[in-house]
Ligand binder design. Structure first.
Ligand code: AMP
Length: 366
């Protein structure tokens, strides 16, 4: 290693010792969600897929595309319903199986996109997922006009999706505005794009090159591989902060190092150092700025005349509990749903769902 490479840990003075009853590499919640369901639930490589042929679906227009897929609006010629055709680029077979298995496991999940069919062309080269279509508003426009009530409403829906998904042993790993479809007329949200989703098993080391930069939690940026569901709660916190402070992205780094720097400049280096120490993370960098000392900035510093009605005291208390370095300090999705910030929408939301999940929120707010 270069002599210039320095370890943040060596610069530590006195670090407050936080004692947790659980091993650090284990999720506080739903740690056994896969184990209790058994191998047929999570062993996606062994999963046999019955493919339909493509004639039934017609492409109407292109919606977008990325590294792994091209996405089209389509029509199901059998029932004339609109649908989305996601054509997967020839990617590793196991990745296709994983996405389909996750979507099948999540059939009927609240606020998650529904998988309608899976299609393979006769050459067996192209695989497509047929999902429901959402009349989606462009988020970069929509977020600038969301009211306080809208934000609470959509946060409740997103967290409802995440609590369900996590309770079923799955981490989404790419929560970001582009993957959260909002039909603002119907006030309905759907979480899409399960291509990076993974089954959680305590203690397993996962890839850290997942997610999208502006929504990546600290654990990915420092290369900590034993992460869990709480990864999605950081991303949700970033989305929430962008909404209430009316910014396009709250932490807007130009690369992964700069992303971490943007986070350090808001949350402060004291808490970062304590986090590295608690998890025994040997974080090294030769970037001078990342070795600097930054105080934690109070959330009130981000209030402007424009965002003041959204950045209420309960909204600030909420963002503060989502954007934490230590994943175990972050609210879980169920705890977030139980937070006072969501108390008004919680009653409506649970009533709308027949209150079948009223038992999930046992977190106490002092
Ligand atoms: P993706 O590659 O899955 O992120 O999708 C690319 C784009 O297609 C998204 O950013 C959306 O604009 C659009 N899209 C994807 N899924 C849907 C859907 N179910 N309903 C409407 N639009 C979608």
């Amino acid at each position: 290693m270069l002599a210039s490479v320095l370890q943040r840990g060596r610069h530590l003075s006195v670090v407050p010792l936080v004692v947790f009853p659980l091993p650090v590499h284990m999720s506080r919640v739903y740690a056994d969600a896969n184990a209790i369901r058994g191998k047929s639930w999570y062993e996606y490589n062994k999963f046999r897929i019955e493919w339909s042929t493509p004639e039934r679906y017609e492409i109407v227009r292109r919606l977008g595309g990325g590294k792994y897929s091209e996405v089209f609006e389509g029509v199901d010629t059998v029932n004339s319903e609109r649908c989305v055709i996601k054509v997967l680029k020839p990617v590793a077979g196991h990745k296709i199986k994983r996405e389909i298995k996750v979507l099948r496991n999540l059939a009927g999940a609240p606020n998650c996109i529904a998988l309608l069919d899976v299609v393979r062309d006769p050459s067996r080269l192209y695989h497509s997922l047929i999902t429901e279509y959402v009349e989606n508003a462009d988020w970069s426009q929509l977020y600038t006009r969301l009211t306080d009530a809208d934000i609470r409403h959509y946060m409740f829906q997103l967290l409802t999706a995440l609590d369900f998904v996590h309770s079923h042993g799955i981490i989404h790993r790419d929560v970001k505005p582009a993957n959260v479809m909002i039909d603002h007329q119907r006030r309905e949200l759907r979480l899409i794009d399960w291509g990076l989703a993974e089954f959680y098993h305590p203690g397993v080391e996962y890839h850290v090159r997942v997610g999208s930069r502006h929504y990546k939690p600290p654990e990915l940026l420092v290369g900590y591989k034993r992460y869990d569901y709480s990864l999605d709660l950081w991303s949700t916190g970033c989305m929430f902060a962008a909404m209430i402070f009316r910014k396009q992205h709250f932490f807007r780094g130009s690369d992964n190092d700069d992303q971490l720097l943007k986070i350090l400049r808001v949350l402060g280096t004291e808490r970062f150092d304590a986090y590295l120490k608690a998890y025994d993370i040997p974080y090294e960098t030769d970037i001078e700025e990342l070795l600097g000392s930054y105080p934690a900035r109070p959330w009130t510093r981000f209030i402007t005349a424009d965002n003041a009605p959204l950045a209420s005291p309960d909204a600030l208390a909420f963002v503060d509990r989502l954007l934490r370095f230590d994943p175990r300090e972050r609210l879980t999705a169920a705890e977030a749903i139980a937070h006072p910030y969501l108390s008004t929408v919680r009653v409506e939301g649970l009533e709308a769902r027949g209150a079948e999940r009223l038992g999930v929120c046992e977190y106490e707010w002092g």
